[in-house]
Design a protein around this ligand. Structure first.
Ligand code: SAH
Ligand code: SF4
Ligand code: F3S
Length: 466
């Protein structure tokens, strides 16, 4: 890992961006409304909140539908082929709408733009795209957009160093729960994964900046924050502070609920497990992507832990935080995966008993080590395997969820239930969806409930009189 301190974008550069936002706000013929379409992970969701923040400073207001907006931004993901295809498909679809509304402007940004050759492809194949910029240039969006508006020319910008930009305006989607980035990039280079190539090298924000942001969120009444990083365990503050230390410091601020995402099993430390147990506000939940249950596959994935080491960490987490909600990510059909190796993944899933699992069919990504490996698995084999995996996980999930029946939980209500407007649903402290009687007034509130049973993949509950 590099020991160079991360480069922060200078105050002068941020002032340039602020000036651009002011000038755009004064332009008489600029777009009046915007719509951001987001693909991918929480990082991208939070980047979209920054785009919205900048756009509002430029005087634009949010349009609920993309067809109605004067300016549409696609914030793309490329982690799997289908994510990429969906994004490009939707961009093309908008081309038709632009025939009816020629003044509409379109931008494409995010991880996909950082892929080698993608910017040129966008220029050639998508002539109706006005602006394309990568993740490294997010903070420069105002000056790039100003260039499009003043020069009436297409702008593509993908170069940029791995920097940290503080004080980018943010327009958060929710007032009760907020994302807070603690680090950017990834240095792990799992052999299947494109993220290190499109998000750059690992760099951590200063602890003081993170705490300042967390305090500000607390003071606006945010009840839950999610600390974000591709591998939060790699967090290194400027004085060498590690993630457990940061977690304890955030916990001390008195925000009601704290979560984090994602944690790599190889460097999940005893100190982090201790911090989880100690910290009053850190929720009893853990997302610990395993990817596969076979040691040979794990080694070729460059995950740098064995099945036994993983299982040992799960055991220690459960000892320290009894009843902890445990979730994971799994890839099936990694190159060369045999039936016996896949059976090891099934047996691991059976053994752990996850509360939920995100399962993916391996998707070759150009430029990654695994894309060049022999014995790529045919789609029909992977499809059949993932079906078996999902069936097993659903069964284990139902079994695991019964441990909550009769227990009390505090639920942060996200909205009305999809099935009935006299029911609300949200997440309990263990990260599992809970539905119970309620109405609009509960949205954004933390409500104490008693779990009464399970329905499909959610828990049902009754309100606890407090
Ligand atoms: N940094 C996080 C998240 C990475 S992306 C982590 O390490 O867990 C989220 C998930 O996408 C990964 O955990 C992995 O399961 C999946 N994924 C990444 N690359 C993939 C690929 N090429 N094909 C299929 N799934 C992939
Ligand atoms: Fe990708 Fe691995 Fe980094 Fe996660 S830890 S983002 S899977 S390279
Ligand atoms: Fe996708 Fe980029 Fe996240 S590739 S998963 S949006 S880091």
């Amino acid at each position: 890992m590099s020991t160079r301190p991360p480069v922060h974008v200078s105050e002068a550069e941020m002032a340039v961006q602020r000036d651009s936002m002011c000038r755009i706000a004064e332009m008489p013929h600029r777009p009046q409304t915007y719509h951001v379409v987001t693909y991918g992970c929480q990082m991208n969701a939070h980047d979209s909140e920054k785009l919205a923040g900048m756009l509002e400073q430029m005087g634009l207001t949010a349009a609920p539908d993309r067809e109605e907006a004067d300016f549409v931004i696609f914030n793309t993901c490329c982690v799997r082929d289908n994510a990429e295809r969906r994004a490009l498909g939707n961009v093309t679809w908008l081309k038709e709408i632009r025939k009816v509304r020629p003044e509409m402007m379109i931008a494409v940004c995010g991880c996909m733009i950082q892929e080698p050759g993608m910017a040129e492809r966008i220029l050639k194949q998508y002539p109706f795209v006005d602006l394309a910029f990568g993740t490294a240039n997010l903070h420069r969006f105002p000056s790039l957009f100003e260039r499009v508006l003043t020069d009436r020319q297409r702008v593509v910008s993908i170069d940029g160093d791995d920097v940290i930009a503080e004080d980018v305006p943010v327009r958060r989607l929710r007032g009760d729960a907020a994302y807070l980035t603690i680090m950017y990039g990834c240095d792990n280079f799992c052999s299947y994964c494109i993220v290190p190539y499109v998000r750059g090298r690992e760099r951590s924000r200063r602890m003081a900046d993170i705490l300042r942001e967390a305090e500000a969120l607390r003071d606006t009444g945010v009840k839950e924050i999610m600390l974000l990083g591709q591998n939060v365990n790699s967090y290194r503050g400027e004085d060498g502070e590690g993630f457990p230390q940061l977690l304890r410091a955030v916990d001390a601020l008195g925000i009601e609920r704290i979560r984090f995402m994602t944690s790599h099993p190889k460097d999940l430390s005893d100190d982090l497990i201790a911090a989880m147990a100690e910290c009053e506000h850190v929720l009893p939940q853990f997302h610990l992507p395993v990817q596969a249950g076979n040691d040979d596959i794990l080694r070729r994935m460059n995950r740098r832990y064995t099945r036994a080491e993983y299982l040992d960490k799960v055991r220690r987490l459960r000892e320290a935080v009894p009843g902890i909600g445990l979730t994971t990510d799994i890839i099936v059909g990694f190159p060369g995966e045999t039936e016996a190796q896949f059976a090891d993944t099934l047996s691991l899933v059976d053994e752990v008993g996850y509360d939920s699992a995100f399962t993916f069919i391996y998707s070759p990504r150009t430029g990654t080590a695994a894309a060049k490996m022999p014995d790529q698995i045919p789609a029909e084999v992977s499809t059949e395997r993932i079906q078996r995996l999902i069936a097993l996980q659903e069964k284990r999930q139902r079994e695991q969820m019964t441990r909550f029946v009769g227990q009390e939980e505090k639920v942060l209500v996200e909205g009305l239930s999809r099935r009935s407007d006299r029911q609300v649903s949200g997440k309990g402290g263990h990260g599992i969806s809970v539905t119970f009687p309620g109405n609009e007034k509960d949205i954004g509130q933390i409500v104490p409930v008693r779990i009464t049973g399970l329905k499909n993949n959610t828990l049902s509950a009754e309100r606890k009189e407090s």
